[in-house]
Write a protein that binds this ligand. Structure first.
Ligand code: E4P
Length: 214
């Protein structure tokens, strides 16, 4: 399973690289807005630093606008994956972009059939938002299970990118269910390193070390 960083902050991205868990990056318009910096500056900085795929999202709402934006976004780097919202116009854009060889990530997926449609249109990735489903009382992990099964049934190459991941149990379950990628805030990566027995064990080792004669 690959680890992407769900952030537009270059500090977060560099931190993940130092931790050895930077297979790629996902952004969205809200994450870009959070940086308070111009889109072009942020996009260039991320694409120059990251070797793996970087998802940059279109904001047009017609297929024509999305296709035009996609071609512009690809100027930031050959690693740019164009993030397209799940909607009919989005599917038209995905179909056309995939025939041009431009990779796409269909975002805002909340039910498995949306993912199947995106895969049929030629999407490179689908992004089911598990945390936001949990937020409204639906088990977000169910959708990962269903999409993985559907894609296996029909041998789609489209990757399942679990998004809106909020905590370590999401990551564990995604790995067990066979998600290809999880995209995480850096905070969750730090949470993944933790266990109370690790902390207690280290404390004891360091205390005992003081008793060792030089
Ligand atoms: C995915 O690509 C999205 O950027 C992201 O995971 C959304 O997460 P959120 O629900 O925490 O905003």
């Amino acid at each position: 399973m690959e680890y992407f960083i769900d952030s537009a902050s270059i500090e977060d991205i560099k931190e993940a690289a130092m931790l050895g868990v930077l297979d790629g990056v996902t952004t969205n318009p809200s994450l870009i807005a959070k940086t308070g910096r111009p889109f072009a500056t942020v996009a260039k900085e991320i694409c120059d630093f990251v070797k793996g795929p970087v998802s940059l999202e279109v904001v047009g709402t017609t297929a024509e606008e999305m296709i035009r934006e996609a071609r512009e976004l690809r100027r930031y780097g050959s690693n740019v994956v164009v993030k397209i919202p799940m909607m009919s116009e989005g599917l038209k854009a995905v179909k056309s972009l995939s025939s041009e060889g431009i990779p796409t990530n269909v975002t805002l997926i909340f039910q498995p059939i949306q993912a199947l449609l995106a895969a049929k249109a030629g999407a490179s990735y689908v992004s089911p938002f598990i945390g936001r489903l949990d937020d409204i009382g639906q088990n977000g992990l169910d959708i990962i299970k269903d999409i993985v099964q559907i894609f296996n049934n029909y041998s789609f190459n489209t990757k399942v990118l679990a998004a809106s991941v909020r905590h370590p149990v999401h990551v564990l379950e995604c790995a067990k269910l066979g998600a290809d990628v999880v995209t995480l805030p850096v905070k969750v990566i730090h949470q993944l390193t933790k266990h109370p027995l690790t902390d207690a064990g280290l404390k004891t080792f360091l205390e005992d070390w003081k008793k060792v004669k030089a």
